[in-house]
Structures are given as structure tokens and as C-alpha cells.
Design a protein around this ligand. Structure first.
Ligand code: GUN
Length: 276
């Protein structure tokens, strides 16, 4: 089974559009801050803006020069924290070297933190409380549920321990009662460990790293990696090699990518419902 994130993301966005038009009044507002001219970031930010417009959210892009000081960026964020027309604030990563990701994440009001990177939201995630949680892992859980793939009681292995995907993914799978292992570059016998996974989440950023040696027959493989190569976009999994071993797999592109944006909108609508 091919798990089409693109198709699922469309239904999520349609439901959000309906919710927004039914509730009416001031529409949800998302502010996206981009620092510098990283071409990939520019593409992502413009995709986020387009998705907002199509779904009935107001989006505001704040574009700052690469040389902007951390203090100035913090002042921009404070303005958005105070702005009652803005429900969600996201600062596109990566940031320039002279700006600290941690300082920025902690400066966004937790109630507007649609990336789920603020320590308060990270704490709520691990404690099993309500909050705003990172978009990609949130979307993956929703896709698994929508596809009726069992999470409760299964073995889940995540390859990659980033704050954006690996760690929050582990917390969310744990909340759904999976037995969770986070593997990484120091893990011995990685293929053997991955072969024990009923759900394998690949979030390494190395094209075609996951081959047939890593995959248990009938398991679900979620490919979060997306790398631009000279031959086009490549996932972390060697799709052709593993697709007939897996019971279900997300393609690249059209798998996890579209979910991230759909669940950014979903987080913004959630914040809007709470903040209104
Ligand atoms: N850059 C790559 N992924 C992300 C993400 O999920 N959020 C933000 N803010 N920046 C990113």
C-alpha cells in the first residue's frame, strides 16, 4: 500500500477550510519569519503562504536580512506575540550562525508556537498534556490513523534524533502506546534493529540509506527524508528496493512533505480556536 500524504493532506486542508468558514469572524492568522535568502527556505515559505491562502487563513511573511541582529529578530517576534490578528508564529530554519535557534524558539509565545519548538510545548508533549506539537510528526500520526495502521502495542523504530522530527516523533508514538526506539549514527547493527520495527520512521537525510536489509516484511515505512540530488528529490529509503517488502510505504515526493504544511495550518487553526 502506498500511503499518499498528498491525498490525505488535501482532505485535512478541506476540513480546515470548512471549519474556518463555519466559525466565521476574524480568520486565523499565521506569521512566517524568514531570515536571509536560503533558496530551499524561500520555496517552503512560499508553499506555506499559498496553502494558507487556499485554506482561508491569513498569512503574513516577515522577510529579514541575513545580517539582522538577534535582538532585532526578537523585537519582531515580540510584535507578533502582541498582535491579536496573529495566532501562529513560525521562524523558518535554518537561521544564520549568529542567531540562536534555542533563544528564538523560547521567545515565541507557547500559545502561538505552531512549530511546537518552545520548551513549554516540548514539556507538554512528553508529559502527555495538550499543547502545540511539531507539524511533521503530528501529520505522520494522523496519516497512520487515517490509513488504519495499528500503533498501539507495536514496535516503532525511528532513525534520527532531531528536535524537529526524531524526538517529537518518539513522544507522539509513545502517547499512542507504541514501544519506541530512537536509533542514530552511533547505534550498533542498525539494519538488525530496524528489521524488528513494525513501524519504521526514516529521518536521517541520507538518500537511499534504508534498503532491503532494514525492512521487516509487511511493516510500515515512513520516509521523512528529502534530499535534492542531481537526479531529483530522493527519500531516505530506496523505494524500488523496499516497496514490495513493506506492507505500507510513503513515497518521496508526495508522502510526508505535504503533511507538514497541512498540519502547520491545523496547528494554526487549533491556536486560533484557543486564542480567539
Ligand atoms: N526547516 C525545516 N523544517 C522546518 C520546520 O518544521 N519548521 C521550521 N520553522 N523550519 C524548518
Amino acid at each position: 500500500m502506498i500511503l499518499s500524504g498528498r491525498k490525505f493532506a488535501k482532505t485535512v486542508r478541506k476540513d480546515l477550510a470548512e471549519e474556518i468558514s463555519q466559525i466565521g469572524g476574524r480568520p486565523p492568522g499565521l506569521a512566517v519569519i524568514i531570515v536571509g535568502d536560503n533558496p530551499a527556505s524561500q520555496v517552503y515559505v512560499s508553499m506555506k503562504k499559498k496553502a494558507c491562502e487556499k485554506t482561508g487563513l491569513i498569512s503574513r511573511t516577515v522577510h529579514l536580512e541575513e545580517s539582522v541582529s538577534e535582538d532585532e529578530l526578537l523585537r519582531e517576534i515580540e510584535n507578533l506575540n502582541q498582535d491579536s490578528s496573529i495566532d501562529g508564529i513560525l521562524c523558518q530554519l535554518p537561521l544564520p550562525e549568529h542567531i540562536s535557534d534555542e533563544t528564538i524558539a523560547s521567545s515565541i509565545l507557547p500559545s502561538k508556537d505552531v512549530d511546537g519548538f518552545h520548551p513549554v510545548n516540548v514539556g507538554k508533549l512528553w508529559r502527555g498534556e495538550e499543547g502545540l506539537f511539531p507539524c511533521t510528526p503530528t501529520g505522520i500520526i494522523a496519516l497512520l490513523k487515517y490509513s488504519e495502521i495499528q500503533i498501539d502495542g507495536v514496535n516503532a523504530v525511528i532513525v534520527g534524533r532531531s528536535n524537529i522530527v526524531g524526538k517529537p516523533m518518539a513522544a507522539l508514538l509513545l502517547r499512542e502506546h507504541a514501544t519506541v526506539t530512537i536509533a542514530h549514527s552511533h547505534t550498533p547493527d542498525l539494519p538488525g534493529l530496524c528489521r524488528q520495527a513494525d513501524i519504521l520512521i526514516a529521518a536521517v537525510g541520507k538518500p537511499h540509506f534504508i534498503n532491503s536489509e532494514f525492512v521487516k516484511p509487511g511493516s510500515t515505512l515512513i520516509d521523512v527524508g528529502i534530499t535534492r540530488t542531481s537526479e531529483g528529490l530522493r527519500g531516505d529509503a530506496d523505494f524500488e528496493q523496499v516497496k514490495d517488502i513493506c506492507g505500507a510505504i510513503t513515497p518521496v515526493p508526495g508522502g510526508v512533505g505535504p503533511l507538514t504544511i497541512a498540519f502547520l495550518l491545523s496547528n494554526t487553526v487549533k491556536a486560533w480556536n484557543r486564542n480567539r
